[in-house]
Design a binder for this molecule. Structure first.
Ligand code: PLP
Length: 377
């Protein structure tokens, strides 16, 4: 069976785990966490980077730093993972969903402004599949209405908008290092931002509501409870696992792109015959091969193809159930405007196996199986 995902294995991990164990410090903000956060700051040219236990926690931190009040509104696509919305709902916000652009599956910037009310505080674009949202358009609406922009860049690590790293463009950026993402800590994430004025509050929220980060830097002689907070520091063992990948950062990206390009080339005849649709990458976006998806004609066609692939030993998956149609989405949000594409496109999309350790033989088998699907005729 060809799995849909396997976490990356470089072969150097044991050395990193051994170093972590021998350091005598496995709790948060040890040497590996320092090394990894410095690495991201340099690589992506961003002033602050805090590793967290997940992208969900990074989104929760961002949401807290946005200073929301009960009933404030946050605009986002409905076609996304639950955490994008949940992080803001936890702060009492109301979610306002708008439709996506079917070409990229990203929020349609032309539909955002109409959804802005006097309660709107935040726009939360999601860079789906590591393909950048139209950030100039989004930032200009945000500026005009005094809104913050929180980028859900869970899938966008090492992807770019006009040369700028995703997650470093809005007020806050949130990364995921879940095992299904390009770079992994098993479970993990990061919060990024450039504005120094958020630093104190971010550190307090991340450190259980204490000013312990200042204490460790020697800026104060004892630490205490100073405000709201939670526990968002990842263990050094998890970060050590990811540090093995940071050494091979570009190698991982190149391999993913190779697989992505292979699927894209070999499946093109099906797209040309009008049987499937392939991903679209706008000129302003440099993607990171986070995901390779195709779109079948409709739900029925997708179900048939996924079933056939499973018989061929290939695991293909779909997502998301649009948030506005889910139980919590109905309770905590509303869809602004008409759902023209969100539901329709979400029922057509399916993802193919794409991970660093996928072999050539496996990727060829996936592609061949799709091309040979008897359902095409
Ligand atoms: C994976 C993902 C998340 C959640 O990431 P975790 O690290 O698992 O919390 C949030 N948003 C999007 C768009 C994702 O793909």
């Amino acid at each position: 069976m060809i799995d849909f995902n396997r976490p990356p294995v470089l072969g150097t991990e044991m050395e990193f785990f051994k170093n972590a164990l021998e350091s005598g410090k496995l709790c948060g903000d040890g040497p590996f966490t320092k090394q990894a956060s410095e690495w991201f700051k340099n690589r992506f040219d961003v002033k602050h980077c805090y590793l967290t236990t997940s992208c969900t926690s990074a989104l929760e931190m961002a949401s807290w730093l946005c200073d929301l009040e009960e009933g404030d509104e946050v605009i986002m696509p409905s076609y996304t993972f639950v955490s994008t919305a949940d992080a803001f709902v936890l702060r009492g916000a109301k979610i306002v969903f708008v439709d996506i652009d079917p070409k990229t599956m990203n929020i349609d910037p032309d539909k955002i402004e109409d959804a802005v009310t006097d309660r709107t505080r935040v726009i939360c674009p999601v860079h789906y599949a590591g393909v950048a949202c139209d950030m100039d358009a989004i930032l200009s609406i945000a500026r005009k209405h005094g809104l913050k922009v929180v980028e859900d860049a869970a899938q966008g690590v090492n992807a770019y908008y006009k040369g700028k790293a995703l997650g470093t463009i809005g007020d806050f950026g949130c990364y995921s290092f879940h095992e299904t993402k390009n770079y992994s800590m098993g479970e993990g994430g990061a919060l990024l931002f450039n504005d120094d004025s958020y630093q104190d509050k971010a550190e307090i929220v991340r450190e259980k509501g204490t000013d312990r980060s200042k204490f460790f830097r020697g800026q104060i002689d004892k630490y205490s409870w100073v405000g709201y907070g939670s526990s968002y520091l990842p263990s050094e063992l998890n970060v050590a696992y990811m540090c093995a990948q940071l050494e091979q950062f570009d190698v991982i990206n190149e391999r993913r792109l190779e697989i992505w390009n292979y699927y894209n080339e070999t499946l093109r005849p099906l797209a040309e015959a009008g049987l499937i649709e392939q991903p679209y990458v706008p000129d302003y976006a440099t993607h990171n091969a986070h995901m390779y998806y195709i779109k079948a004609k409709d739900l029925e066609a997708r179900t048939g193809l996924i079933r056939y692939l499973r018989e061929q030993g290939v695991l293909s998956v779909f997502h998301y159930i649009p948030l506005h149609s889910s139980k919590a989405g109905v309770k905590f949000g509303r869809f602004h405007g008409e759902d023209i594409y969100t539901t329709r496109e979400s029922e057509r999309l399916m993802r193919l196996p794409l991970f660093y350790n996928l072999t050539d033989a496996e990727m060829e088998h996936v592609s061949r199986s799709i091309l040979n699907y008897p359902g095409w005729t």
